[in-house]
Design a protein around this ligand. Structure first.
Ligand SMILES: [Zn+2]
Length: 159
């Protein structure tokens, strides 16, 4: 495991422990993945069955982490996402969803600023959008013919 992954996991544990100690809860650490791309710095994902959460995980964007201030990411993005997990788990899907008062309450207990959006640079994401925009222009101009254009994670061909 890479050092940045260890650091992000350690901060998730730190904030979750803070919550568990303050509330006498015993919430387990959810699965943590580092495969998030695009403009979101982090994401909380869960699956439900008959309105009961059957699995949940946190996903982090390593590109945004690496191209921005690590300390800021660890003390802003990490509590933001783990607070989503805590809010949903403790208050339920209906009450705990989104950036409402339940989430804000959790954030304040974690000692983190309840901000909805990040202000990170998203160079990797901008690059992808720029390439997609170029591709669209080429398609519109009919320049593509039988060429293949290779994009990150995708191969697009003209039909
Ligand atoms: Zn959020």
């Amino acid at each position: 495991m890479d050092q940045y992954q260890k650091d992000i996991i350690a901060m998730n544990k730190f904030y979750l422990t803070k919550w568990n100690k303050a509330t006498n809860d015993d919430l387990p650490l959810p699965a943590i993945e580092f495969n998030l791309t695009g403009f979101a710095a982090g994401q909380f994902v869960y699956q439900t069955l008959h309105n009961i959460i059957v699995s949940s995980k946190l996903r982090y964007n390593k590109y945004i982490y690496h191209t921005n201030n690590h300390g800021h990411f660890l003390t802003n993005t990490v509590p933001h996402e783990i607070a989503h997990y805590i809010a949903i788990t403790v208050y339920g899907i209906k009450e705990g969803k989104g950036h409402n008062n339940c989430w804000k309450t959790v954030m304040s207990l974690l000692g983190a600023e309840a901000k909805k959006y990040h202000e990170y640079k998203c160079e990797a994401a901008w690059e992808t959008l720029y390439k997609l925009d170029q591709l669209k222009r080429s398609l519109l101009k009919g320049e593509l013919k039988n060429k293949k254009l290779v994009l990150p994670n995708k191969v697009l061909t003209k039909k």
